[in-house]
Structure formats: C-alpha cells, structure tokens
Design a protein around this ligand. Structure first.
Ligand code: GCU
Length: 385
C-alpha cells in the first residue's frame, strides 16, 4: 500500500549530513549558454524566462495559459458570518475549454471592517475539505479563518481535488480533460501543475471581486500544496506574495543534496505529480539542469516565506534554508537585500523583515496556527513597504 511504501521510503532515506554528496548547483545568474546576468532587465528578459522553461520542461510540465471561458456564480453569501466579523462567499468558478469544463469551489471570508479592497491569503487545500468549513462548525489550524479575519486580511481556499484528484489514476479527471495533449507530452502538466493552474483561475475571479485587493493576494500551500504554491507564484506574477510551508522535495528544498526525500522516491510514490520527463532524474540528480533555488529566485522580487518543522527531516530543513539563501542573488538585482544569515536560524526564530522570510517551527510536519501567525506578520511587514 501507499503508506507502507512511504514508511519504507522514509526508513531508507538519508538523514546524515555527512552523507550529503558533493554537488554543484547551477548558478542563478548564468544562462545555459554561459552568459552572465548582471541587471534586472536581463534577468527579466533572458534568465527568468529560461528558468521557468527549464522547470516546465523538466519538472512541473507546461502551464496552459488559454481557455475558452471563465464564469462564476456566488452560491451563497452571508454578510453576518463569524458573528458579524466577516462576509462569507461561496463561489463556483467554472472554466470551459474545448467543450470540457472544471468547476472550482472557492470559500472566501472578507473582514467586515475594511477600509477598501482587502489583501487576501489563498490556500491550496491538499487535505480534508473540512479544514475550510464555510459554516465554521469545524475549525482547524490548517486554515484558521477567524485568526486571519481578526488580523484584517481576507482568507480564501479551494481544494486540489477540483483540479486534479490526488490519486495516481484519478488525477486525469479535472484540468487535464481540458488539455488532453498534456497527457502525451513528455513535458505535460500533471497534478501539481493542475493545482497551480487552479490557483491562477481563482485569482482571475478575485480580480473581479471588488472586496479584494487582487494586487495583494498571497498564495499559500502546505507540503505538496506548498510545492504547488511555489509553482503558482513562479508561473503567475500576479501573485503578490508566496508562502510555502514544509514543501520539501521538489518544493523549496535542494534536490542535489539527496537528504530526506529524493526525486526517485517522490516520482515512485507520486507518479502523478510531475511531468513524465522528471523521472529521468531518478537517482540522477547531477543531471538536473536546475535546482529548487532557481524556482525560488524566479519569484523575485516578490516577498517569499518558506518554513520547515524541526521534526520534519523528510523535507530537509537545512536544504530548504540553503535554497532560500541561494535565491538571494535574484533579489539583489532588484536592489532588495535579503541579508539571510549564513546558517539556518534557531528553532522558532522567524525571519520576517527580509523579503525572503523563513522559520523552522518546533514540531511535526503540519500547517499550524504558529505558521499562520508568522505569515500574517510577514504580510504586515511587506505590504507596508
Ligand atoms: C509525502 C511526500 C512529500 C509531501 C508530503 C505532504 O510525505 O513524500 O513530498 O510534501 O507527503 O504533502 O504532506
């Protein structure tokens, strides 16, 4: 079974820093044809698009940008939600392409007390649907809507299964029905690409919602959802901010380190997440023309906050911090100095003033109120600038 496979994988994984092999990472500021990138203009014109293409072709697959039609309807609106503190909207977003359609169910709470269009956090929910219960009978730290509303921000969520069920067989039943050509292409999108695509369609809706400041939408995800939140922010520069929690392998962590989860393991247990071409790098990390620091760099100069949990070595906290640190050079091109320390900060010591924020929370692999309180703090610091 899947859980047995995962348990076995976790046992075999390397957790010994001294066994991390020597590796060389591609230089963020050197093109594949060895051209040095020294300016923001050349970064945006040459290197950034090259990096995005490398990730499309080798890792996450293509991101279809066109569709025939996007419509939405407000299924339920309650101006008196959370005892009057928020307005609830349940929105059904429908995207039609080549006579196929996907329906995305969005749950959105907007604070009642607001001065104008409000910045929002949008969670890619990869866990139980009850985490985002619109009735608030069920409350969860995974999506602490009350806490976010009290901080003055709006909070929204959609579930990954609306785009691509998280299943090795069923994942085709969603976005991929709109783009069947993706299934045969070596660099065709799979589930994680479909989730990121869905985040952009939700942003299309949020741009039309007058209560939301769509220029200040932060995309949030945990773990596999955190991989998708990074990819969404990389592909869609309309996302103002990215929060990626415990995203690990093929998220924020460096693959070349082979610490914790590896490419071989992730492609074996989750063959439906990434482009077929990515399997070429199973047990062959050194052949990668990229690493995840380049994905983080492609989000520059937008604020990016990544996290780990101290007991979640599977997601390689050290490799995650290093990846963030190597992304600094792209931010510097914009005159934004991240000034990250040489080594990871101590547990529960968040870095939030830097545009490359980070914390390593005490505890297990999860998305908690601690993580969210730091996301809120990070947003407060950076939206003020
Ligand atoms: C598994 C998987 C990780 C993933 C995690 C999650 O552990 O190996 O890559 O991030 O599930 O989504 O919680």
């Amino acid at each position: 079974t899947l859980s047995q496979l995962q348990a076995q994988n976790a046992k075999e994984a390397n957790y010994d820093e001294s066994k991390v092999p020597a590796y060389t990472l591609p230089d963020i500021l050197k093109t594949t044809t060895n051209q040095d990138i020294r300016t923001k203009a050349n970064w945006e014109k040459i290197r950034r698009p090259e990096i995005i293409k490398l990730f499309e072709d080798n890792v996450y697959g293509q991101m279809p940008k066109t569709f025939d039609r996007l419509t939405y309807s407000i299924k339920r609106e309650d101006a008196n939600a959370m005892a009057g503190k928020a307005t609830l909207k349940e929105v059904l977003i429908e995207v039609v392409h080549h006579n196929q359609s996907v329906k995305i169910n969005l749950v959105l709470f907007v604070p009642t007390k607001r001065k104008g269009p409000t910045p929002a956090f949008l969670l890619i929910n990869n866990r139980g649907k009850d985490n985002t219960d619109p009735t608030r009978v069920h409350k969860s730290e995974f999506w602490p809507a009350e806490m976010v509303i009290d901080s003055g921000y709006a909070i929204a969520a959609f579930h990954v299964s609306d785009l691509a069920p998280d299943d090795t067989v069923q994942y085709v039943n969603g976005v991929l029905q709109l783009y069947p050509e993706q299934l045969t292409a070596n660099n065709g999108m799979r589930a994680i690409g479909a989730w990121a695509w869905g985040a952009s369609r939700v942003l299309d809706y949020l741009e039309k919602d007058a209560t939301i400041d769509a220029k200040k939408v932060a995309i949030v995800g945990h773990s596999r959802g955190g991989k998708a939140s990074l990819w969404a922010a990389a592909e869609d520069q309309r996302f103002a901010m990215c929060l990626s929690n415990c995203s690990g392998n093929t998220g924020a962590a460096l693959s070349h380190r082979r610490f914790g989860e590896t490419i071989n393991r992730i492609n074996t247990v989750f063959p439906h997440w990434f482009a077929r071409k990515y399997k070429k790098f199973n047990n062959n990390e050194d052949a990668l023309p990229l690493d995840q620091h380049m994905l983080l760099a492609s989000i520059a100069p937008r604020p990016l906050y990544v996290t780990n949990a101290s007991k979640d070595l599977w997601a390689d906290p050290t490799g995650t911090f290093l990846s963030l640190k190597y992304a600094q050079k792209a931010y510097s091109l914009y005159g934004v100095e991240a000034n990250l320390p040489v080594s990871p900060p101590a547990i529960n010591q968040p870095i939030s003033k830097s545009p490359l924020g980070y914390h390593n929370r005490e505890g297990e692999h999860n998305l908690t109120a601690y993580d969210w309180s730091n996301f809120i703090q990070f947003a407060k610091v950076h939206y003020k600038k």
